[in-house]
Design a protein around this ligand. Structure first.
Ligand SMILES: Nc1ncnc2c1ncn2[C@@H]1O[C@H](COP(=O)(O)OP(=O)(O)O)[C@@H](O)[C@H]1O
Ligand SMILES: [Mg+2]
Length: 341
């Protein structure tokens, strides 16, 4: 996949912008608060329909404007896609793929696949299981539409079951219907557990390998999936715990309680925190060996990296394909800026 260009109209501090990316390494350089992260946010939005910062649509519309537009053009498996996003004040956003409006966010998944890294990603490790499940789900939903639909269903069934548990307090005769929800919960829940396990198994190999090399072969980073209940035992556990569920009026076993464990050798990162892997302002977080490894190993992936200074790149002679200077909502291709000066 290769992002060709992005156009912004009244998005954040950009009034009207169009830039073309290189298929290799792109650098957005500039002082703080100039608009570097805003560009990454716009790209992320077109991939996932959501802001990586959790901002609401109206917060992303340029101050004083009524609406914002984003257009990303990309090529995937030889086919060109144009994603248009129309942010409105107080109404839900409009999205079109190749000029055809889409109704469900799910229709966008799988077109623009991106991985976003920022120092805040360390929160995945430092904060609670809900944050880690969100990470897992965001990645899986991008990869797998069936998972997306299973997860949506599971959450609906879970809500219905919890509501029923509360209703039973007043209407014990409703207890018979619990079985119906349980069967559906077990069915979708088991599929979710199976898929998460498979995904983390794949991720584990990759992450361990990358981290091993980034750390100069000194550390071994392990990710482990910790299901709240094993797939094969979900039914049994749900039955076993039914009386407690009825008392607490909530569902106390299932993949909605899953977690991920990160460890370096034997140390649990959730307790110690650590440097993350990667690319919004992350270079400054890595020592030069890790920077070296990282930048030398992303040359066959399209990357957009933000940073405040270019010194590091120049000094280490990293392969850079395009440099943009970001100044207060305006972007200059570095060559252009040089000739102006
Ligand atoms: N809705 C908005 N309208 C106009 N400007 C905005 C809006 N939201 C954020 N900004 C501006 O964007 C800038 C921050 O951009 P950001 O991309 O986070 O900076 P950085 O270059 O440090 O990554 C700030 O100057 C902020 O005032
Ligand atoms: Mg930033």
């Amino acid at each position: 996949m290769n992002i060709r260009s992005i156009e912004l109209k009244n998005f954040r501090n950009y009034e009207d912008l169009k830039i073309s990316f290189d298929a290799g390494t792109n650098i957005l350089s500039g002082d703080n608060a100039q608009g570097k992260t805003n560009i990454l946010e716009a790209v992320y939005l077109c991939g996932t329909t959501k802001s990586h910062r959790g901002s609401r649509d109206k917060e992303m519309i340029r101050f004083g404007a009524d609406e914002a537009h984003i257009r990303v053009v990309l090529v995937r498996s030889g086919k060109e896609y144009q994603i248009d996003m129309h942010l409105k004040n107080g109404r839900s956003k409009g999205i079109a793929v190749n000029r055809l409006p889409i109704r469900k966010a799910g229709e966008l998944f799988g077109i623009l696949n991106i991985v976003f890294f920022s120092p805040e990603d360390l929160n995945i490790i430092k904060s609670g299981p809900a944050e880690r499940r969100r990470f897992l789900d965001t990645e899986l939903c991008q990869l797998d539409r069936i998972y997306l639909s299973d997860l949506t269903n599971y959450n609906k069934i879970l809500n219905q079951r919890n509501k029923l548990l509360k209703d039973i307090v007043y209407r014990p005769d409703l207890q018979d219907t619990l079985q119906v929800w349980d069967m559906q919960l077990i069915d979708t829940g088991r599929r979710i557990i199976r898929r998460r396990k498979q995904f983390v198994d794949e991720l584990r190999e990759l992450v361990r390998d990358i981290h091993y090399r980034i750390s100069g072969e000194k550390e071994e980073l392990l990710i482990r999936y910790e299901p709240n209940v094993k797939e094969s035992l979900f039914e049994e556990e749900l039955n076993r715990i039914r009386l407690r569920d009825l008392k607490l009026c909530q569902t106390s076993v299932g993949p909605h309680r899953d977690d991920l464990l990160f460890s370096i050798r034997d140390a649990d990162l959730r307790k110690f925190g650590s440097q993350g892997l990667l690319l919004d302002d992350v270079l400054s977080e890595l020592d030069s060996n890790r920077q070296n490894y990282l930048l030398n190993n992303i040359c066959n992936i399209q990357t957009v990296i933000t940073c405040t200074g270019l010194d590091e790149f120049v000094r280490n002679r990293f392969q850079i394909n395009k440099v943009f200077e970001v100044i207060n909502g305006q972007i200059f291709e570095k060559g252009l800026l040089d000739s102006v000066q």
